[in-house]
Ligand binder design. Structure first.
Ligand SMILES: Nc1ncnc2c1ncn2[C@@H]1O[C@H](COP(=O)(O)OP(=O)(O)OP(=O)(O)O)[C@@H](O)[C@H]1O
Ligand SMILES: [Mg+2]
Length: 413
């Protein structure tokens, strides 16, 4: 019997642009992009869905574009969540699993996850994922996969990624109204890391910075795992708006100045910037543009550095920072960022994606492509399990108990 074709969809509802990418999943597990689309967003503020009138329309239009290109119907997707409410909390817990030599089961793993998380995440927050750093069995640490091992006392050290429940709820509502079921929610910058950050970089220590239009997301990896994620509520559109205000021009002209002429290598030219609009000619002083861009960039990277410090990784990432998102296309940004954060900085771009993909090999597509991979991984892990989605891709079977974590997992069904 021929196996049903499987496909995965990533939907990135950005503050300025909503993007979707669809890929078919081959028998070998390889994903080939068969459709994508982008539509200007409406109804978001600083990464957060703020109203439920326009986003569903935008989502629907974007998905119809993907369907038109792929010839396939989209009903489910992995969707981004963004905003400065996204947080990362270190937790640990300990449980007795029975007499000595007890074999660790799915139920034990579910129970330890519940014990580690219990009481540590406020009731108004939703857990997006639980990243296990290590399990400790009878005092022996460094265990990545305790399933099937023997012992009497199980401990877990983990990282909980959570977000404000009403903000999660609004994404679900907007998607449902846009005829889409949300398979899982993942922070924009974490999703982007799936296509940008290599395993070696994650092992050595690296930071990914998603420079969006209204937010700047940060994800820090070390020892192979996501150690921290947070969002600075300032983005590249703030540069545009500042230019418009200071130069007394309209946002469209300010955007053109930023994209065509601005650079983060300040004082490199003293030639006036001239923009033509029909018969009108606008002239701006380079020095003034530099001042505005520099002030905002300084604020953005101060925010990034604050998060690095908070996470304990200030000047302490051997692989440095990788920049993605539309804002990372500002000329010479990596030179400026390097001086600000005192780390190596490089630009990230999705690469090596199969299918009709040339047009999406751009830093602003990293989140949507990453979400497509998240959707594929979710489907693979959840063929017979609900626990996998939250346990960072570890293979386990469906938990039996109706505990805290299994309740939490109901949403992902
Ligand atoms: N060549 C360029 N130079 C500078 N900035 C650019 C360039 N191209 C795009 N941008 C900026 O990138 C931003 C859009 O990036 P992106 O699409 O990643 O944001 P978003 O996902 O919609 O927003 P967010 O992630 O904050 O919700 C805009 O502010 C745009 O002006
Ligand atoms: Mg974005």
């Amino acid at each position: 019997m021929e196996e049903k074709a499987r496909f995965a969809v990533g939907l990135d509802i950005g503050t300025s642009t909503t993007r979707a990418v669809m890929g078919t999943i081959g028998h070998d597990g390889k994903i080939s992009v068969v459709g994508f689309g982008e539509v200007p967003s409406e109804g978001l503020r600083r990464g957060i869905v703020k109203e439920l009138m326009s986003p569903p329309r935008v989502i629907d239009t974007c998905l119809r574009a993907v369907e038109g290109m792929s010839g396939l119907e989209v009903n489910d997707a992995a969707v981004n969540i963004n905003g400065s409410h996204i947080g990362s909390t270190k937790v640990d817990g300990m449980i007795a699993v029975g007499v000595a030599d007890h074999e660790i089961t799915d139920e034990d793993i579910n129970r330890i996850a519940e014990a580690a998380v219990a009481g540590k995440i406020p009731a108004n927050r939703e857990i997006l994922s639980l990243v296990p750093y290590e399990y400790v069995l009878d005092g022996q640490g460094g265990i990545k996969e305790p399933f099937g091992m023997h012992g009497a006392r199980l401990e877990l050290r983990a990282n909980v990624i959570s977000a404000l429940s009403p903000d999660c709820e609004n994404i679900h509502k907007a998607c449902e109204a846009g005829n889409l079921h949300v398979r899982l929610l993942e922070p924009s910058v974490v999703a982007a890391s799936r296509v940008i950050v290599t395993n070696t970089q994650k092992e050595n220590g690296v930071g990914l910075v998603d420079m969006g239009s209204a937010t700047t997301g940060v994800a820090i990896f070390d020892e192979g795992e996501l150690q921290f994620t947070g969002v600075v509520p300032i983005g590249s559109n703030d540069i545009t708006n500042d230019l418009a205000t200071v130069l007394k021009t309209v946002p469209e002209v300010a955007e053109e100045i930023k994209i065509r002429f601005a650079s983060a290598k300040f004082g490199s030219s003293d030639k006036d910037i001239v923009i033509k609009r029909g018969r009108e000619e606008y002239r701006f002083r380079r020095e003034e543009v530099d001042e505005v861009v520099e002030a905002r960039l300084e604020e953005i990277f101060e925010g990034v550095r604050k998060l690095l410090k908070h996470a304990g990784y200030d000047k302490r990432l051997p692989e440095g920072l990788i920049l993605v998102g539309g804002g990372s296309k500002l000329r010479d940004i990596e030179i400026y960022a390097r001086n600000q954060v005192e780390l190596a900085v490089r630009l990230g771009k999705p690469e090596g994606i199969l299918g009709v993909s040339e047009e999406i090999m751009k830093p602003e597509y990293a989140t949507a492509i990453g979400l497509m991979f998240a959707d594929a991984e979710y489907q693979e892990n959840n063929k017979g399990s609900v626990l996998d989605g939250i346990m960072n891709g570890k293979k386990q079977k469906k938990p039996k108990g109706e505990g805290f974590l299994s309740m939490l997992l109901q949403k992902f069904k």
